[in-house]
Design a protein around this ligand. Structure first.
Ligand code: AMP
Ligand code: MG
Length: 493
């Protein structure tokens, strides 16, 4: 017997914690009507983990919830106000120009999650923008955030992409869409910059207390809770960026408004995974100076955290000089934490034994990256092929490197450093075989924009189990054909 969709799933209890506790940062607003909503992608496991019935979400009322046109009773959708440094230049009032926080939902584990829309129409913070989003960029966020989640990297998650039936005018007319996503919150460094700039110390303290309660509750017990909050954010970001570096992810637009307090990756605009390993890689068409190049991501994170520290100074200590000294110490701890996280991550990628002396491990790591760089080696492919070398077959990895003498010498030293052999299975658990490669993402989005969703389903199936090699998915493990050329991405506008 088939049951009717559970209509209570369409009116989930959406909290208004953010809007209530921080009204200065929340502009109540409503989504624009959608002429002809059509579901393009629904994340059923995520829906279920939120206590939402996938069948109900597919109904017209469900699409209303997913596009913001049907607001559950008691919910207060808001556009969030924040500031931010964009490419180093400060904007005092950014905020959600085309996004809405519908409210918070408690998932089946009892964890509070933001339910948020992107592309839901102009808000009072839209400035020159049209408030809209196109199908391609919203599906791009869906695919990449699912891949990141499956890789075990903290991230916001896509719940659904709904085509609106509206045409969005970009360089060419494109079909419009709304993305519904979840996050452990949308608090960002830019939220603190905004609160600090108002000179309202009470607002800044309420924001910090809200952030501590939601993300870093241990900080509340510390001698200096706001310094402890800074430390906790810095630790979360150190771990996050080390994960990006280990997997070859380039965020592309690490403005302070895109750096979360939770430590989740957010805002998949011009992001992309490395093809060949090259630290200077920039994909974003607008990042002319290479500020957000792959290799710059750790120091840029430190720069962004320095902006957070500045915003928190009045809470860290009444004595400005003392506050600065404490903040500088805190930033130093970020460096150490990042170095530790990267060291652990790269050793795991190479299958090096725990406790291997730095004097042996550090040059092995440095030299293998230099070999990859000098030989333009495919990043994802190399580490996976190294797993084969750990099992006794060095040919796949030798096939990727032009400098055979160099790779042979390195392999010999690598094997010598692992007396009981590198643990190939453990390597395969940290070195993905399937990442959303740029040519595959482009192919998928072009097909979806033209109405064919089959490639999207196949790509999602591959990247949702990124460490498990499966027959039939060979093309998802291969580098781009030469004809693909130099890849450029564009902001999600
Ligand atoms: P992002 O870099 O995508 O995080 O966006 C930076 C800022 O630009 C945010 O304030 C966005 O809300 C805003 N924005 C981006 N695209 C649009 C758009 N099409 N209409 C209005 N605001 C936008
Ligand atoms: Mg953003």
């Amino acid at each position: 017997m088939s049951l009717a969709p559970d209509s209570t799933a369409l009116t989930p209890a959406l909290g208004d914690l953010f809007a209530r506790e921080l009204p200065e940062l929340a502009l109540p607003w409503r989504a624009e009507a959608t002429p002809e909503p059509t579901l393009l992608a629904l994340n059923e496991p995520l829906a279920e983990s939120l206590g939402l019935d996938p069948a109900a979400l597919r109904t017209p009322e469900g699409l209303g919830l997913l596009t913001g046109t049907l607001v559950p009773a008691g919910a207060t959708p808001v556009a969030q106000v924040y500031a931010g440094h964009q490419f180093g230049g400060y904007s005092p009032r950014l905020g959600d120009g085309r996004a809405l926080l519908l409210g918070e939902i408690t998932d089946t584990d009892g964890v509070l999650r933001d339910l948020h829309l992107k592309g839901s129409g102009r808000t009072p913070l839209a400035r020159g923008g049209d408030g809209l989003a196109a199908v391609g960029p919203m599906l791009r966020e869906y695919v990449v955030s699912e891949a990141m989640h499956a890789l075990g990297i903290p991230t916001t998650r896509a719940l659904a992409v709904v085509a609106t039936g509206r045409t969005v005018r970009r360089e060419t007319p494109l079909p419009g869409a709304v993305l519904a996503r979840t996050a452990s919150s949308h608090l960002r460094v830019g939220s603190f910059q905004y609160a600090r700039a108002t000179d309202d110390l009470d607002l800044l303290r309420r924001l910090a207390d809200h952030a501590i309660a939601r993300h870093h509750p241990d900080a509340a017990q510390a001698d200096n809770p706001y310094l402890a909050l800074f430390d906790a954010v810095a630790a979360a970001q150190a771990s996050l960026v080390a994960r990006w570096m280990c997997v070859g992810f380039v965020h592309g637009v690490m403005n302070t408004d895109n750096v979360t307090i939770s430590g989740e990756s957010i805002d998949y605009g011009p992001c992309a995974f490395l093809d060949v390993f090259e630290p200077t890689t920039v994909f974003s068409s607008i990042d002319e100076g290479g500020r957000y190049a792959f290799g710059n991501q750790p120091p840029i994170t430190e720069w962004n955290l320095a902006r957070l520290a500045e915003a928190l100074l009045p809470l860290i200590d009444d004595d400005q000089e003392k506050a600065v000294a404490l903040a500088v110490e805190g930033l130093g701890r970020f460096r150490d934490r990042y170095a530790e996280a990267w060291k652990a991550g790269t050793r795991a990628k190479l299958g090096l034994p725990a406790g291997l002396d730095d004097a042996v491990a550090t040059p092995l790591v440095d030299e293998v990256y230099e070999l990859m760089r000098a030989n333009h080696v495919d990043h994802t492919g190399f580490f996976r092929a190294l797993g084969s070398a750990a099992r006794g077959n060095a040919e796949p990895v030798r096939g990727l490197v032009l400098d055979l003498a160099g790779i042979d010498a390195w392999l010999e030293r690598w094997l010598a450093a692992c007396p009981s052999g590198p643990d190939a299975d453990a390597m395969d658990r940290v070195n993905p075989i399937y990442v959303p490669r740029n040519h595959l993402v482009e192919e998928t989005l072009a097909a979806a924009t033209a109405g064919d969703l089959a490639p999207l389903a196949s790509l999602l199936a591959a990247v949702r189990a990124p460490y498990d090699e499966r027959a039939g998915l060979e093309r998802y493990a291969e580098p781009a054909p030469d004809s693909f050329g130099d890849y450029q991405t564009f902001c999600g506008t």
